[in-house]
Design a protein around this ligand. Structure first.
Ligand SMILES: [Zn+2]
Length: 193
């Protein structure tokens, strides 16, 4: 722990602010985590605002999701984050609710980027069916993240993995840009007025 835990808390605060500034999350939505020891994790606490975190909003948990300090309540998506760490080589996970991604992918099963660079970095992004405010079945999400850097939860948001929080942030931001690109593309299926 010590400096490592302290440094990781600072990183979570930093990238939470960036996600908020980029309009990738609002209110009390979303959650961030990172692995900082062999089986130790830091995750944002339940009902915390990602854009305005301070060190006490970040909860240290073990591999079972139990808070090291039992007075602290980790995110309601803790099971999802731990499933991703168990299934992939992720060292950081970003889950947010970007409005354009949610709207554009509401009735799709896959998102295909328009630009070459976005497709190179993101691939074809799966949209995983989903039916509630929290992920009750994390296995398909974690399994998809073994093959993709980011997945879309239908009607909910995104989950990205990275070697660190910056990578998971950049992948999320790039996906938001790729969806924005599709949204501003002229729709050639509409007949001219
Ligand atoms: Zn969520």
């Amino acid at each position: 722990m010590g400096q490592t835990s302290k440094g990781s808390r600072a990183e979570i605060i930093r990238w939470g602010e960036k996600l908020f500034e980029r309009h990738l999350v609002s209110g009390w939505g979303g959650n961030l985590s990172c692995r900082f020891g062999r089986s130790r994790y830091l995750i944002t606490g339940s009902h915390t605002a990602l854009g305005f975190l301070n060190a006490k909003d970040i909860v240290e948990i073990d591999a079972r999701g139990n808070a090291v300090d039992p007075r602290r309540q980790p995110s309601s998506e803790t099971t999802l984050h731990l499933a991703v760490y168990e299934t992939t080589d992720a060292r950081a996970v970003v889950h947010v609710h970007p409005p354009e991604i949610i709207a554009y992918c509401r009735d799709r099963s896959v998102f295909v980027p328009l630009s070459f660079e976005e497709e190179y970095s993101l691939g074809r992004v799966p949209v995983i069916p989903h039916d509630g405010p929290t992920v009750t079945d994390p296995a398909p999400v974690a399994e998809a993240l073994n093959r993709h850097p980011v997945v879309i939860l239908q009607g909910h948001g995104t989950v990205a993995r990275g070697g660190d929080l910056m990578e998971a942030f950049l992948i999320t931001d790039l996906l938001a840009e790729a969806v924005h690109c599709r949204l501003v593309m002229p729709d050639e299926t509409k007949s001219p007025a």
